[in-house]
Design a protein around this ligand. Structure first.
Ligand SMILES: Nc1ncnc2c1ncn2[C@@H]1O[C@H](COP(=O)(O)OP(=O)(O)O)[C@@H](O)[C@H]1O
Ligand SMILES: [Mg+2]
Length: 402
């Protein structure tokens, strides 16, 4: 194959209408390897609507050598866009990839988060099958950031329902729905909650303007059984509207815990921390971030937690002159020395103390096993620590423990 055929100028007109960078990034994330230069060129030809025959003439190549390469791209596009097998061709590829057109992009902000490409693809898939998805993860993993970025890049209109501070007062749902009607839809709310919900349901059913909804930080509304607290049960009605058959909105809920709600269909998505590649990108202004063993250990020690990554990066850049090793030498045996890091853990411990006192008791008593000496403790050994808890409740701990 003559090398000039690989020149980036071939079919470069595609650049005008298509966000090639984002499309390539998504395709490469999907197949977990880089698209060869020749395939990038063929992809541009496909976006311009060229058949293998047209393209081969323009490239002065034999059609037979291009056909299999085009077919491989069709399969990749099917995979990316969830189209059935062997349905994509050069004729419909520009259509199924429409969301990568630049004019489509101009409506939306660009998705630009470290290490979240595969989560974004997963959420795009879930969005097609579910109306409500609950993103579940511990404090600081990155739930709110991902949810906001995802909705902003998918919807022209995003409604954010903040559930309030950690243990603070939660706004009653009646008030919340009235506010939404006024602020987001310019509607005068009625005094009747059910009427307001019905107005909202109709607004969300408008197919010409699908809405993204973010319910951020659900925890303060939940009781120890993962249900809405008695006084806040009205939020179940609100969720029922959001999963109604006719609405075309998509809702993301962020929560550290699961939700149990009657007649509400939702899908739970467990969000993991950021991987080492994302950490290396975040620390790229520090010394040897790409090769640092200390950074790998830090990422592992904190399960990739995004908030921790932010805090550590700030500390290392400002107080340790960008020297990752010297920070880690000082703090690797005191993971919670920083008060901000400690808060991430105490928030969980306080919840356990207030909502699952037996589990909290168990957790504190586990301190009797010196982790420096003992690697694992058998489950029965843990149950023995609950000597003053009735047998029936110990069985419950077994379930929670698993
Ligand atoms: N993908 C990411 N890349 C870089 N920083 C991130 C990322 N996700 C979250 N962060 C940062 O981590 C912190 C915690 O994120 P947040 O979304 O508030 O966590 P959560 O909602 O799970 O408690 C924020 O300061 C945010 O800027
Ligand atoms: Mg959050």
């Amino acid at each position: 194959m003559p090398t000039q055929n690989l020149d980036a100028s071939y079919f470069s007109e595609a650049q005008k209408d298509w966000d090639l960078e984002r499309l390539l990034k998504d395709l490469e994330a999907r197949q977990q390897k880089k698209l060869p230069t020749a395939q990038q060129r063929n992809l541009r030809a496909i976006l311009l609507g060229h058949s293998p025959k047209d393209a081969s003439q323009k490239l002065h190549m034999a059609e037979t050598s291009l056909k299999p390469a085009f077919s491989a791209l069709y399969r990749l596009i099917e995979d990316l866009t969830d189209q059935p097998n062997t349905t994509v061709t050069y004729k419909n590829a520009p259509l199924v990839l429409a969301k990568y057109r630049k004019e489509a992009m101009s409506i939306n902000a660009k998705f630009n988060l470290l290490g979240r490409d595969s989560d974004r693809l997963e959420l795009e898939k879930l969005r097609k099958q579910h109306k409500i998805v609950l993103l579940k993860a511990g404090a600081g993993v990155g739930k709110s950031t991902l949810s906001r970025a995802f909705l902003e890049t998918q919807f022209k209109k995003v409604i954010e329902i903040k559930m309030g501070a950690e243990f603070g007062k939660v706004t009653p749902v009646e008030e919340k729905v009235s506010q939404i009607l006024q602020q987001n839809f310019d509607e005068e709310p009625s005094h009747d909650f059910q009427t307001n919900l019905e107005i909202w349901r109709q607004k969300l059913s408008d197919r010409s303007c699908p809405v993204g909804v973010l319910m951020d930080n659900l925890e303060p509304t939940l009781d120890e059984n993962y249900r809405f607290r008695e006084s806040l049960r009205g939020y179940e009605d609100l969720l029922r509207v959001l999963c109604d058959r006719d609405v075309c909105s998509f809702t993301l809920i962020t929560s550290r815990r699961s939700l149990v709600a009657q007649r509400v269909t939702l899908r739970e998505y467990k969000l993991e921390g950021l991987n080492i590649t994302a950490w290396q990108q975040c620390f790229r202004d520090c010394e040897n971030a790409e090769t640092s063993e200390a950074l790998i250990q830090m990422c592992e020690a904190y399960n990739g937690n995004a908030k921790v990554m932010d805090i550590l990066h700030g500390a290392i850049a400002n107080r340790f002159d960008g020297n990752i090793e010297s920070y880690w030498n000082r703090y690797k045996n005191a993971l919670l020395a920083d008060s901000e890091l400690k808060t991430l853990v105490t928030v969980e411990m306080d919840w356990l103390r207030d909502n699952q006192p037996d589990a909290y008791k168990l957790f504190c008593r586990m301190g009797c096993h010196r982790y420096q000496d003992i690697k694992t403790v058998p489950f029965e050994g843990l149950l023995c620590l609950l000597w003053d808890v009735p047998e029936s409740q110990r069985a419950y701990i077994r379930v929670v423990g698993k």
